[in-house]
Design a protein around this ligand. Structure first.
Ligand code: KDG
Ligand code: MG
Length: 412
């Protein structure tokens, strides 16, 4: 079998997605997600100019060799653009292998280790009442684990909180459907870590009082604290028994987690912006985290993320794969196949794509009783409707950024 055709398809049904579509001389089609939120076209260029010409004519069965060729052969390793491009190739090749074998990808990865994947959704609210409504709505949708994000008194707009200000009710710009906002320039938000640290423990206390001790609750710090602030937050949240505290400090400095770890037993998750096992190496070996947040789409594909998670398993560290709406349905499917197969699955983030996205990408996964399952179609189980995709051209969109009250740019 040979790779005959390699197309890079950009579509923007509810938000921008970049998909690599490989076709073989035997007619098998493989899809890979290469979406890098807010920097999508950089990956398009990387794929079109530097990867597609190297793929044509190759044997799609040689997944590991093609991966090593693209990673080692470029000389310039790692980085979000490179690794998203390689991830798309890896996913598409697993998709083709599954279709050629007549098996879903999870079977090729060792078979199912469980019946389904516990998934968490994003509840948020500017006020505690809004937050409670959002938690109730998630419970009604069947979620059995919920991320809690809340407004902070004195701050106008905070990333991760739906229904704020002028955007409330507009499905095109609400955070829960579109983490990046369409427009020529990114939107500025404000931030104050001390106010956040004062406010958050009371919110978790209120949520536990209202919804009880059993439901797993998660929280995302979006890389905004110093190590000592993160340690303080972790400790102050201990009475509320979090499933995890995510991205408590900026991701570049993995050593920061040593200090956090010394001070709190709140479980830690990190890695949605990591690209390779090298970003995780020390924090896994030193057992500084409890969950690996890497996305298949940003860690170079199913192959390297499986290796990273197998390594993490030696230290009882589990998966918590990134699954916001900027991971396309193809990237989500890849995460579900991998999560079903590995022994050390922890939880899967599941934000739910919009209706237009689901028309462009027809999917075989199921969602029932708070659990995801990738389905049993051969390959990844996702089909891209190219005509439907063509109706939604790329639209510039950026994540917001935040500044302190004195104008200083703050960490994400
Ligand atoms: O592209 C960035 C978003 O996907 C990210 O900010 C969402 O933090 C996020 C999460 O945990 O889903
Ligand atoms: Mg996050």
């Amino acid at each position: 079998m040979r790779i005959d055709k390699a197309e890079v398809i950009v579509t923007s049904p509810d938000r921008n997605f970049v998909t690599l579509r490989l076709t073989t001389d035997e007619g098998h089609v493989g899809l890979g997600d290469a979406t890098l939120n807010g920097r999508e076209l950089a990956v398009v260029a990387y794929l079109k100019e530097h990867v597609v010409p190297l793929l044509l004519g190759r044997d799609p069965a040689a997944i590991e060799d093609i991966w090593q060729f693209l990673y080692r052969g470029a000389y310039w390793r790692r980085g979000p653009v490179t690794m998203a491009a390689i991830a798309a190739v890896d996913m598409a090749l697993w998709d083709i292998k599954g279709k050629a074998a007549g098996m879903p990808v999870y079977q090729l990865l060792g078979g199912a280790s469980r019946k389904g994947l516990l998934a968490y959704g994003h509840a948020s609210g500017k006020t505690t009442d809004e937050l409670f409504d959002s938690v109730r709505a998630h419970l009604e949708q069947g979620y059995r684990a919920i991320r809690i994000q809340t407004g902070v008194p004195g701050l106008k707009a905070i990333y991760g909180i739906a229904s704020q200000g002028a955007d409330a009710g507009d499905a095109d710009v609400r955070y829960d459907h579109e983490p990046a906002r369409r427009g020529a320039l990114p939107v500025e938000e404000d931030w104050d870590t001390r106010a956040y640290l004062r406010h958050l423990p009371g919110v978790f206390e209120a949520v536990r009082n209202e919804f009880g001790p059993e439901i797993p609750l998660l929280h995302d710090g979006h890389h905004r604290m110093t190590p000592i602030q993160a340690a303080k937050l972790g400790r102050s949240l201990e009475p509320y028994d979090l499933f995890w505290l995510e991205d408590c400090t900026p991701a570049e400095n993995q050593e920061a987690l040593r200090l956090v770890r010394q001070h709190t037993t709140t479980p830690l998750a990190i890695g949605e912006i990591f690209n390779t096992v090298w970003d995780f190496k020390d924090i896994i070996r030193e057992q500084l985290i409890d969950y690996v947040r890497g996305a298949v789409t940003h860690m170079g594909g199913i192959s390297p993320l499986k290796k990273t998670l197998d390594y993490a398993a030696m230290y009882q560290i589990k998966s918590g794969m990134h699954g916001p709406t900027d991971i396309s349905p193809v990237g989500m499917a890849a995460a579900m196949h991998l999560g079903l197969a590995i022994h050390n699955f922890g939880i899967q983030e599941y934000m739910q794509h919009g209706a237009r996205t689901n028309e462009v990408f027809q999917q075989s996964f199921t969602w029932a009783d708070g659990m995801l399952h990738p389905g049993d179609q051969p390959g990844l189980g996702v089909t891209l409707d190219v005509d439907e995709a063509g109706k939604y051209p790329y639209a510039q969109a950026y994540l917001p950024y935040n500044r302190l009250h004195d104008g200083t740019m703050h960490d994400w």
